[in-house]
Design a protein around this ligand. Sequence first.
Ligand SMILES: [Zn+2]
Length: 104
Amino acid sequence: MIKIYCHESIINVHHLKNYLESSGVVTVLKNESLTSLAGEVPSFECWPQLWVEENKAQQASNLIAELKLQQSAITNAEPWYCKTCNEKIDAEFELCWQCGGLKP
Ligand SMILES: [Zn+2]
């Protein structure tokens, strides 16, 4: 098996695991419990890790690259301005939080 991902946050690792498995890549999570037992700031080796079968590694890394692209597209997107109240709204929101107006 090949380690394809590790992160200090188990939430991120779980998120990726779900994402990969919904695309048909079976993953194995390692070190899930070690971090909570460590007590201190977990060292890099203790971070939760995601492993896949070797024949799935290429597909998995493609999916990870895709996911990262999607995420950076969201964070890099321009904010928009509400047509009704002129409020500046961050790109990830579809509605104006001030007046409930729709993104144009
Ligand atoms: Zn508005």
